[in-house]
Design a protein around this ligand. Structure first.
Ligand SMILES: Nc1ncnc2c1ncn2[C@@H]1O[C@H](COP(=O)(O)OP(=O)(O)O)[C@@H](O)[C@H]1O
Ligand SMILES: [Mg+2]
Length: 319
C-alpha cells in the first residue's frame, strides 16, 4: 500500500458516493476523513437530509458492513453491546452479539437515550472492545460510529456532555439541499437514477475491500507535516482555552484530532503534505463541538464557529 493508492481510493470513494448523494460534497469529505483516520463522527441535521443514506452509501462504497441503532428512552446498554442468553438445548449460556459488531454503525438520534446507554456506545468507540458477561470481544478494525443529532428537538432528550462529544473527531453539519440540488433530486425521483435505485441496483461500485481499508488508513500517517505547522496547529487549539468569549476550551484530544484530520484532508486534496489551509479547513469541524461559550456571549448571538474564525485570524500563519 502506498500513498498513490490512498489518493486514488479517496478520489474514487468520493466519486462513487456522489452518484447517490446529491451535493453535500463537504459532508462526504468529512465522513471519509473520519473513516480513514479510524475515528468517529457526530452528524447534525434535521430529518430527511440523507444522513442515513450517506452512511449506507459509504458502507457500500468501502466494502464495509453497516448497522443502525435507533436510540430511544428505553434503549438499554445491552441493546447496543449484546447479552448472554441461556441456550436450553445446549444447557449453557451463549453470547448474542449486539449491533456494535459491525463496521459502520449509525447511532441515530443518540440524545434520545439516557446517559448510561450513551456511555455503552462511547466506551465501545474508545476501546474498540466490548465486555459481555465478563468476556471481552474485539470490534472490527474499521468500526466507525456516525452518531446523529437533531439540532431542533431538545425536549425530552439527553444532550451529550462536552466530555463525551470530545470522543467524536468531527462534527459534520448536514444542511438542506440548495435549489439546484433539490431540482436534481426531484428530477431523479421515480427513475432508475433515484438515490435508492442507484444504491440497490449495483450501479455504484465498491472501491476497496474492507480488509484493505485497514492497511490503506495507515498511509495517512505518511502525509508530511512541517514542524512549524504542528506548532501552528497546537497554538490554535491552545488559543481556545484563553479566548475571552470561551468558557471551556478544547482539550488535547482536539489537538490529536486536528493533526489527523489535516493530514487526511491533504490526502483528500491529492497532496502528500499538509498546508496551513488544510489546518484552517479542519479547525471548525474539529473544534466546534468541544467548545462552550460564556453565556453572555452566547446570548449576544455569537456562534462557536465565529469565535474559531476570530482565533484563526489572530494567529500568524507560518510561511
Ligand atoms: N442530498 C441528497 N442526495 C440524495 N438523496 C437525498 C438527498 N437529500 C434527501 N434525499 C432523499 O431523501 C431521503 C431521506 O434520507 P434519509 O437518509 O432517510 O434522511 P435522514 O436519515 O437524514 O432522516 C433519501 O433516502 C433520499 O431519497
Ligand atoms: Mg435517518
Amino acid at each position: 500500500m502506498n500513498n498513490e493508492r490512498l489518493k486514488e481510493v479517496l478520489a474514487a470513494a468520493r466519486h462513487e458516493t456522489a452518484k447517490v448523494i446529491i451535493g453535500q460534497h463537504d459532508v462526504i469529505e468529512k465522513a471519509l476523513i473520519c473513516i480513514f483516520t479510524g475515528n468517529h463522527a457526530l452528524i447534525e441535521g434535521v430529518p430527511g437530509v440523507a444522513k442515513t443514506l450517506l452512511v449506507r452509501t459509504l458502507a457500500h462504497v468501502l466494502g464495509c458492513d453497516f448497522a443502525r441503532i435507533q436510540f430511544t428512552p428505553d434503549l438499554m446498554p445491552a441493546d447496543i453491546t449484546g447479552t448472554s442468553v441461556f441456550n436450553l438445548q445446549r444447557n449453557e449460556f451463549s453470547v448474542v452479539k449486539g449491533p456494535v459488531f459491525t463496521s459502520f454503525l449509525l447511532a441515530d438520534e443518540i440524545n434520545r437515550a439516557p446517559a448510561k446507554t450513551q456511555s455503552a456506545l462511547l466506551q465501545a468507540m474508545q476501546e474498540r472492545l466490548v465486555t459481555i458477561d465478563r468476556e471481552t470481544h474485539t470490534l472490527s478494525p474499521n468500526f466507525t460510529v456516525f452518531a446523529t443529532q437533531n439540532p431542533i428537538e431538545y425536549e425530552g432528550t439527553y444532550p451529550l456532555p462536552e466530555a463525551q462529544k470530545d470522543r467524536f473527531m468531527l462534527k459534520i453539519t448536514m444542511r438542506a439541499p440548495g435549489r439546484d440540488e433539490e431540482l436534481t433530486l426531484a428530477t431523479r425521483t421515480m427513475t432508475k437514477e433515484s438515490p435508492e435505485a442507484m444504491l440497490a441496483s449495483g450501479a455504484i461500485q465498491a472501491v476497496i475491500k474492507a480488509d484493505d481499508l485497514v492497511a490503506l488508513r495507515e498511509q495517512i500517517g505518511a502525509v508530511v507535516m512541517r514542524e512549524e505547522l504542528v506548532a501552528y496547529l497546537v497554538d490554535i487549539v491552545r488559543a481556545t482555552r484563553q479566548h475571552e468569549s470561551i468558557l471551556v476550551g478544547a482539550g488535547p484530544r482536539a489537538t490529536q484530532s486536528l493533526m489527523m484530520a489535516s493530514r487526511a484532508y491533504a490526502a483528500m486534496s491529492g497532496r502528500d503534505f499538509v498546508t496551513p489551509d488544510d489546518i484552517k479547513s479542519m479547525a471548525v469541524p474539529v473544534l466546534e463541538h468541544r467548545i462552550i461559550l460564556r453565556p453572555e456571549f452566547e446570548i449576544e448571538g455569537l456562534s462557536v464557529a465565529e469565535v474559531i474564525q476570530q482565533i484563526l485570524e489572530q494567529i500568524a500563519v507560518p510561511r
